[in-house]
Design a protein around this ligand. Sequence first.
Ligand SMILES: *Cc1c(COP(=O)(O)O)cnc(C)c1O
Length: 494
Amino acid sequence: MAEDQSALEETLDPEDWDAMRRLSHRIVDDAIEHLRGVRERPVWQQMPPEVVAAYQENLPDAPEPLEKTYDLITRNLLPYSLGNIHPRYWMWYMGSGNYAGALAEFLAAIDGSNVGGGNMAASEMDRQVVGWLRAMMGFPTSASGTLVSGGTMANLIALNVARNASAGVDLRREGVSSMPQMLRFYASDQAHSCHGKALGVLGLGENALRKVQSDSRTKEIDLSALSMAVAEDRSKGIKPVCVIATAGSVNSGAIDDLKAIAEFCEREGLWFHIDGCIGALVKIAPVNRHLVDGLEHADSVALDPHKWLHVPFEAGCVIIRDAKLHRETFSVTAEYLEEFERGIAPKEYLHAYNIQTSRGFRALKVWVTLRHHGIDKLGRLIDQNIAQARYLGELVEGSNNLELMAPVRLNIVCFRFRGDNLSEVELKRLNTEIMLRLQEEGIAAPSDTTIAGRHCLRVAIVNHRTRREDLDLLVEEVRRIGGELIAEASAPTR
Ligand SMILES: *Cc1c(COP(=O)(O)O)cnc(C)c1O
């Protein structure tokens, strides 16, 4: 009877484990070749229509051999990736991954743990990784933290704690309508867009974020403007609660004066948050760590291991100085989530520090990346990128038809190709076309931005594969394409 029954029962395990082993070995071999050969391939290529069409296929009902599924991945997915694993990818701001971290992703899924909480090694590792990142930031062991999907969530969590700690009412129970006063947060006009979004999510509205002007040259927050904004809001009955300092702006890598903001917040009784998604990790870079002096004084800091630590996406982290306030913001009591001293339920759920309940085991890829490469080398790679950015800045300044658009403070270089007697509109059209041709020809991937009203190309070097020769090539190609476009424009039209 029992035997008959088991013949009917199904499982997702492979029918033939040995065949699965052979396929798995092939996938790992291919993955290694894929990464080893990345420099020889174009940075990016446009998907042909048949590939786009492959993603319109209907929901599968019958099973398909994994060989066939894998074949689709090798044909229709891997050749058409974003490009950020390539040495000449410098768009926006993102890391380039690492092989050991990728293996860890696989092993995390094999372990399969839900790291919302439980008495298991994965939870211990999650705590250890948060502790390591906390130590890298120079925070005391009494500070808390949590791993999240990325910087947006890390900032949201920190601003949530700051809001609850400052409102003067029990926001968790009573909600924002119970607040006697409007709350105000401050950040420079260079701050990332995620902060306004976070304040919207937190029910305060984007207008609760007051953008303070930045210095026209350095792009750091103007401290006297900040001080005036806070005083003005107070006089109007608005409650200033938090300054969001940017340590590494997306536009140009500008770093606000962290020590001065720390003192200002101390004096004014404000929460000092740092968006360190770009620059916080400079703390581990031996040559440049002084650039983020003062970071260790913050009440909270958001950082992004999937950027300058090259942990495969997604991995963000927030560190909060006052663990009690952190816990009060997120811990829950529920009859189905009791805590225990014995057995599988934990002494403390990790979701007490996070919005999520179930959580993936992202700690493993951070742990493996840190152990395998060691923070000395990871720090040197950050210095290497900063040195490369300065090198590119010099190449630009040494070239008569290129113009540097902002000082190179960190690893972001903003520049443009310039032609004689061209208006801003024409320059924007010209540089946009240069950017698109570089991308479409698979040569290099810069992005663009506008600084002080002037459009430019933007190269953010967060890439452990970039070499100086790649930057030489970039400059050469920008000049070639720029020259060709100018010649095309001035050719007689027929
Ligand atoms: C990338 C970034 C963010 C957002 O982080 P995600 O990991 O993309 O969610 C926030 N602030 C700054 C300064 C960033 O560079």
